[in-house]
Write a protein that binds this ligand. Structure first.
Ligand SMILES: C[S@@+](CC[C@H](N)C(=O)[O-])C[C@H]1O[C@@H](n2cnc3c(N)ncnc32)[C@H](O)[C@@H]1O
Length: 293
């Protein structure tokens, strides 16, 4: 049996198991368990099954699974889409599939992978698989932050790298802009992107990259997460006046650029650019005071 010194299985509070990356010092899906987090945060929050059932476009319904890891989000989505008939393409992006190989070796302990071992093996060896008759699953190996994405525009994005403290390049302006360029193209479908963070700096970065940004559902021990979209009407809880006041006073609201993870308050020109975004243009008060410009 191959050994994977970079990972270990950990028991979660709720009784399930998940994987800890020893290199990144992070446990995946720590709040609940892989299946519950994937359902609450990504699959159900994005009304995935309902949207696929209603999908009438001639193109497949496309999901981008950014940070495939041990495939908790992808497998949960596939299971939730059982019974749908529209064509679906899942494009998973991953810099190193070692964690998925490790997960495959521990499919019984992890539970959510049980029954999908042959599909995962094919994805790893061939680069694509057919988990259900209407679903094609494609693996894109390599660094997601390098270059442009020549992949069909998504309707749903599961954005799930390690945290900004360990994986800064995935959270910077350049990366969010590179995705925004795809979802904001004229022919692109309505698209949502879900993620576990509620960091002010990350939300500022997403908004400056072009995204509409809203409050996401709670999951596990997180009282709030983040959901972004290419159209404001897709978001129930768009960030507004209260959040802008917080940005103004926060000591960690500067957008993330390059690999610079220096925390700090937002610079005047970044704040002006943020206020100029369509989402915030009509805000009249900041911290209770009338907006001056
Ligand atoms: C938290 S894990 C993903 C968990 C997974 N989505 C799941 O549901 O089980 C983060 C993953 O993002 C991958 N990743 C980090 N940086 C990346 C990059 N620049 N390009 C592609 N994948 C990256 C890591 O290798 C890791 O497998």
């Amino acid at each position: 049996m191959q050994s994977f010194p970079g990972f270990e299985l950990v028991a979660l509070k709720g009784g399930g198991r998940s994987i800890r990356s020893l290199v990144h010092g992070e446990t995946m899906h720590i709040g609940t368990d892989p299946r519950t987090e994937a359902l609450e945060l990504h699959v159900r929050q994005q009304f995935l099954a309902e949207r696929v059932l209603a999908w009438k476009d001639w193109r497949p319904f496309v999901i981008w699974d950014i940070g495939l890891g041990p495939a908790g989000n992808a497998i949960t989505a596939i299971e939730e889409l059982r019974g749908t008939t529209a064509l679906v393409e899942i494009h998973s992006f991953e810099i190193s599939t070692t964690v998925l190989e490790y997960a495959l070796q521990h499919a019984v302990e992890l539970e959510y992978l049980m029954g999908w071992e042959a599909v995962i093996t094919q994805l790893l060896t061939v680069g694509s698989a057919q988990p259900l008759p209407n679903i094609r699953w494609i693996l894109h190996r390599g660094d997601f932050t390098r270059g442009t994405h020549h992949v069909p525009a998504p309707s749903a994005i599961f954005f799930d790298p390690y945290s900004p403290a360990r994986n800064i390049e995935m959270w910077n302006l350049e990366t969010f802009r590179s995705i925004w360029e795809v979802v904001s193209a004229p022919e692109s479908p309505a698209c949502m992107m879900t993620n576990y963070t509620r960091s002010t700096a990350v939300r500022v970065t997403m908004a400056l990259a072009g995204w509409f940004v809203g409050k996401g559902v709670p999951t596990g021990d997180k009282t709030e997460t983040t959901i972004a979209a290419n159209r404001p009407e897709l978001l129930d809880k768009l960030l507004g006046e209260d959040w802008i006041s917080r940005v103004r006073s926060s000591t960690n609201a500067a957008p993330i650029r390059g690999r610079n993870d220096e925390k700090g308050p937002i610079a005047a020109e970044d704040f002006a650019a943020l206020m100029n975004r369509l989402q915030f243009r009509n805000i009249k008060y900041i911290s209770g005071l009338p907006r001056l410009s």
